[in-house]
Write a protein that binds this ligand. Sequence first.
Ligand code: PGA
Length: 249
Amino acid sequence: MRRPVIAGNWKMYKTRAETLAFFRDFLPLVESSRHCDIVVAPPFTAIGAAAEAARGTKIAIAGQDLYWQTEGAFTGEVSGKMLAESGCAYVIVGHSERRQYFGETDESVQRKTKAALEAKLTPIVCVGELLAEREGNQTEAVLKRQFDGALTALTPAEFSRILIAYEPVWAIGTGRTATPEIAAEAHRFIRGLAAAQFTHEQGSALRILYGGSVKPDNIKGLMAQAEIDGALVGGASLDAKSFAEIVNY
Ligand code: PGA
């Protein structure tokens, strides 16, 4: 049985003060939620505040990105070790916005995933196709390229520690969610890649989150799919009430 994970990706939203206000409202709403792992990914500057606010709860904090070196002359970058020390247990790697706007490649995703594991963080590795790729029947080829490029270099032990988020780019921030069936089909394909590369057991144990316009009113349908092990939520994770409704699907 795969334990569900509901993760919020705040992107470039929320100051420290707004982060504290969020947790004040959010904590009581999820206090008795034991059915899933809960993760919040604030911007770097609010990680300390979030970790402080979540201390003693079962909510885990995530970074939204990391660099693969542990330290050095890399202006503007943050390492896995720094994230872990700031209170993170997870880190998002290869989000499509990083791929689209900041030159992230499958190769850098691979290095960052390895670095996250070395820092004892759980990487949430994002994959997903563009609209034109889906319309051109390229979805599986793209997912395979992203999976192979980023993940086949991992050892089986390393692979067992990662999460994958399937986030079709056309569904992110557009209000256009993949139907539960479309998402489940992609998840099944990704799980098959994992089983082929590693073992059938590792494929079965892999937790795959869906991301892209997840809201309180569509989470139930998504989670009803056996293939969908959780959600990576952007916009709807910014509001304590709506994120709590998603957690408590
Ligand atoms: P969204 O973002 O929920 O706002 O579509 C999801 C994501 O980018 O992780």
